[in-house]
Ligand binder design. Sequence first.
Ligand SMILES: Nc1nc2c(c(=O)[nH]1)N[C@H]1C(S)=C(S)[C@@H](COP(=O)(O)O)O[C@H]1N2
Ligand SMILES: [Mo]
Length: 521
Amino acid sequence: MKWINGPTAMAALAGVVAAAVVLSVAELIGAFFTARATPVLALGSTFIDFTPPWLKDFAIATFGTGDKAALFVGMGLTIFLLACVLGVVAYRKWALGVAGVLLMGAVMVASVVTRAGVKPSDAVPTLLGTLAGLAVLRLLVSRLWRLQPFPDAPADVAAKEPERPATSRRAFFASTAVAAAAAGIAATGGRLLSAARSNVAQARASLRLPVPAKAAAALPAGLQSATPGVTPWLTPNGDFYRIDTALSVPEINAAEWELRVHGLVEQEIRLTFQDLLDADLIESHVTLTCVSNPVGGNLAGNAKWLGLPIRDVLSRARPKDGADMVLSTSIDGFSASTPLEVLQDDRDAMLAIGMNGEPLPLEHGYPVRMVVPGLYGFVSATKWVVDLEVTRFADSQAYWTQRGWSERGPIKTMARVEVPKSFAVVKAGRVAVGGTAWAQTRGISKVEIQIDGGEWAPAVLSEEASVVTWRQWSFDWDAKPGAHYIKVRATDGTGEVQTEKRADPVPDGASGWQSVMVTVE
Ligand SMILES: Nc1nc2c(c(=O)[nH]1)N[C@H]1C(S)=C(S)[C@@H](COP(=O)(O)O)O[C@H]1N2
Ligand SMILES: [Mo]
């Protein structure tokens, strides 16, 4: 315990507690401001926006959909270390410490006010939090300066505030504990308050979805792979992969939601949620896929979507000649560039309000998102969408295009082995192999399996619901003892075989044949 009594360690502790006060006071006051304009979320979001493609890809490959938790852990460690340093600096040279804290405050304010949909006044929680933290830091550091007896104290520090009464270690730790407890209460209070102020989840739960004017095509029997353990053909909402840049899920009041359709159009349009409920909606099964999905990965999901065809909206807006892209933007600033013709053809691109018979879950875009068959999500599937600008690829760029990804993103043909799992140990004899393949808008016409580099053999295809959904397969393998490689490849509906050429997800999607190693006993 010697080290914690040292002045440096105590000053570092003061810094950490002061930082906790900054963030928690901002969180508490922030509950009364624009949803989630607090420094922690804003810093995280800003960090995400500055994430280069290789890092985004690394984060998703390493942490999967837990990438946000990893970000918070990383941020927490960084803030902790910075706070330690600032505490020590403030103890040794108060003016320098103040400058450091104010600099951090300025960085946080900058990251808050540059978020989408945030007003300048949303800087207030962060400013007040910073001042509160500074006051606490001064209080604790001043106790350290007056600590008696303190043989370890550096000479220049011992000379500070000689006119004020001396304090004890006990007094320092008592003040630290009080400040830490206050921070904990403020943070919890802020959380509870913002949860209570939001009734979006309740509004969603009581929403009754309209009956579609055009129901989804009836599903054939036999969609599910015959191999036990393969992913369900229809992905339950709770299991649907989630990928977005939103650190806190946007909470949009559907009654206030409005979609603006503008840009190169003859007629600007504004749609309300009620307009959508009253419109002729369609229902359709569509498989979404993320461009960050590695070969064999699981960033894909298949759901029944309910929504308004975007071509109906566009035909009312009447795009002008020369337009070739629709830039869709979400309430939190994410944007996607979708080719105009894709939104006008007969593939049922829609403004979706329903997912598998329920209103969209909050994380999947409530109240309205885009669903565009055949394109990766980053160029088409804008969640919490509030703006459609008809424009040209030559004139604007979407969120990920500005960060090094491509401007267009048709989905590449992909097949994956789900059973047995990579590195599984199985018994010799008949082994059921199975998985899923997709090539949205082209469909899947064949899946083949190759064992240990031998002849390609056809897998048994399950039924196909449509060319915009994935297709499952199974394969009976007579497995002999030893280590074996199972390779898979698909052929799309046009007869084109999935490319063997390995590509990383950046910039326009991974490619290559998946190979799974299994041990047969
Ligand atoms: N608002 C918003 N919409 C978004 C994104 C985002 O970051 N923000 N990510 C897109 C990406 S990259 C994908 S793959 C899909 C994923 O949709 P899901 O989370 O419902 O599976 O959403 C798309 N829509
Ligand atoms: Mo994605």
